[in-house]
Design a protein around this ligand. Sequence first.
Ligand code: MN
Ligand code: MN
Length: 362
Amino acid sequence: MNLKWSLLERQMQENGVQTLLITDPKHVYYLTGFLSNPHERFLATAMTLGEEPFLIVPALDEEAARAASDIGHIYTHTDTDNPYLVLNQALKGSTGTIALEKNHLSVARFESLQEHLTFARYRDIGPWLQDMRVRKSADEITKIKHAVSLIEQVLQEGLSKVKEGVTENELVAEIEYQIRRLGADGPSFDSMVLSGEKTALPHGVPGTRKLQYGDLLMYDIGVYADGYASDITRTFAFGEPSPELTQIYNTVLEANEQAIRSIKPGVSFASIDLAARTVIDQAGYGKYFMHRLGHGLGIDVHEYPSIHGQNEALLQEGNVFTVEPGIYIAGLGGVRIEDDIVVTADGVEVLTSFPKKLTILE
Ligand code: MN
Ligand code: MN
């Protein structure tokens, strides 16, 4: 049994839980190494206290699960089986208090569990998994670095299509082509390329706007690779930018760098947000930075922790999160510069390496 299961077993003992049931495919991957999208079919990993963990997978996934996972006991169900009966047999009827994922289990599935298992009480496993996931292992950091490396190659290739008159949608299409060509599993969220005044929309949707000289051009893109996400934003100038856009750019860059300089174990997430926000406030753009500084990154592209001014939790070695200050002025344009970082024993390692100095594309 690996370290993650040992930690869960200790939580079970301390909390009087006899049975663990994990149904989120990402958590099944996190705990067993088997990554799959089961669609509507039932996929779970489970454990009874004192026994070995097991997997329940659709029969058509059995070979893939055996190849990917170090879990010895794999139960299967066909499309005509009732997976809850298979689960009940695997648990040998002894459920006691069951810990499950409130965030993931639908009401319909919970009712099926109630119908087929006998458990006295249930409780949420979410906080246990969150505490584990917030500190990444060396293996996880290696996977995130790979996802970062891929998206930076994608961005480099994608820029070759930048020219006057090209649409945002055409630039997105090139990004998504390069994501596949370079071997990522796929985008980690809807790829975003915005130009001109649309860069002022933090969650803008790419469309048919044509690129013209004097525009800002913003790429916010990421990939999944080996089940781990990357997430990067770079903003470029297409042709010579106005003095005001240049000043906004340099302010965001300074905020990004100040925040990164403030990262080390033991300081609060709030203080990292404040480091960036102070730079932007002092430049007079405070009200135009209307979102949090960043978010955790791992098997989800947005995961715990949220890096904002109210989060007084302290940074720990192994935290991986984004640093993405921005300034957005309606009708004029916006700049965001987003890096992915890992907290090290004595400071920070910046995983993204794409240049941040204002680049003028011609
Ligand atoms: Mn992003
Ligand atoms: Mn982000």
